[in-house]
Design a protein around this ligand. Structure first.
Ligand code: AMP
Ligand code: TRP
Length: 338
């Protein structure tokens, strides 16, 4: 179709404002967006605030976290002169296309999503599962497909959603004619899945109830140190990299590798005590997060300029998404508006 990216790779990714951003978000996704993706492609990065409404939420908190997430994306080095940073709810095309994705997907496909099963179980206990939690991957597919995205840089936990997005793109194209680019997942080399420091068999997630094992990007250095030094390891005497049998130590080695650029297996050879390893991990994390915290403090002092970046981002995103979403509406048999 005519709506190409002028030969450049198009990248799209997003982060939900459901909690404070974590070290997992940073090492698994955001750092790569800033250091690599924005420079090698035409990239869009989105605070996916509509997704935050799929679980029980407080409006004031979502508002606050949305702006904070956008500010942290900029503080992490996303440069609005180089890439597009915007807020999902400010571009209507996502919701328009999401409905067409719901008309393309089957309910069985949605129910198979691991994240749905996990979150639905938690929500059911709290009194009810929102329908939007089930249809969430249709909105995520719309986010991606609206832009003719080639690559979706995410952490491991999102791979299944991107696979579903691919299936929906292929199905739509077969039924209604070539409309969407079929995107692919790109994962980071290390730290695709940073684990909770207290519960190293679970992902470090921003909406976990127990926060002792979660390092937030805005944690004070002293808090980071304390969390790392208290990380759960195991009773084996020597330090070795074995993610299956010894997830706690492996997680620390992965984090160290991601922060210092080394290889987790090799790094293990340099330690003969957990104490020494934890100390180095703590310092590596503190140093990795330092520039982000400092830049965040500067940007947060001027929220109007963050809002202005988001407004410009939404304008550009809208202009990019509109023709493809219009084409998809026509392709399924809807009469054009104008
Ligand atoms: P979310 O917090 O679910 O909105 O995730 C935003 C991005 O961060 C996605 O690309 C996730 O895959 C990634 N991410 C979230 N948590 C982790 C984690 N613990 N380890 C690695 N990547 C993560
Ligand atoms: N589902 C993603 C997450 O929980 C967030 C997200 C929404 C996303 N839309 C996206 C990520 C599109 C990449 C591309 O992390």
């Amino acid at each position: 179709m005519a709506m190409t990216t002028g030969g450049r790779t198009r990248i799209f990714s997003g982060v939900q404002p459901t909690g404070h951003l974590t070290l997992g978000n940073y090492l698994g996704a955001v750092r790569r967006w800033a250091e690599e993706d924005q420079h090698r492609a035409d990239a869009l990065f989105c605070v996916v605030n509509l997704h935050a409404l799929t679980v029980e939420h407080d409006p004031a908190r979502v508002r606050r976290l949305s702006r904070q997430a956008a500010t942290l994306l900029l503080a992490s080095g996303l440069d609005p002169e180089v890439c597009t940073v915007f807020m999902q709810s400010q571009v209507d095309e996502h919701l328009r296309l999401s409905y067409l994705m719901e008309c393309t997907a089957s309910d069985g496909e949605m129910r198979r999503m691991i994240q749905y099963k996990e979150k639905a179980a938690a929500q059911r206990a709290k009194g009810g599962v929102r329908l939007s939690l089930l249809t969430y991957p249709a909105l995520m597919a719309a986010d991606i497909l609206a832009y003719g995205t080639h690559e979706v840089p995410v952490g491991e936990d999102q791979r299944q959603h991107v696979e579903l997005t691919r299936d929906l793109a292929v199905r739509f194209n077969q039924r209604y004619g070539a409309t969407f680019v079929v995107p692919r997942t790109t994962l980071p080399a290390v730290a695709a899945r940073v684990m909770d420091l207290q519960e190293p068999t679970s992902k470090m997630g921003k909406s976990r109830a127990r926060t002792a094992g979660v390092v937030y990007l805005l944690d004070e250095p002293e808090v980071v140190r304390k969390k790392v030094l208290r990380a759960v390891t195991d009773a084996e005497p020597e330090v070795a990299y074995d993610p299956e049998q010894r997830p706690g130590v492996a997680n620390l080695l992965n984090v160290l590798a991601a922060c210092t650029g080394g290889d987790p297996r090799r790094l293990a050879e340099g330690y003969d005590s957990y104490g020494a390893l934890k100390k180095d991990v703590a310092e590596a994390v503190v140093e990795t997060l330092r520039p982000v915290r400092e830049r965040h403090a500067e940007l947060a002092a001027d929220p109007a300029s963050v809002d202005a970046v988001l407004r410009r981002g939404a304008e550009r995103a809208r202009a990019l998404a509109r023709p493809r979403v219009d084409a998809a509406f026509e392709a399924v048999g809807l009469l054009p508006a104008g």
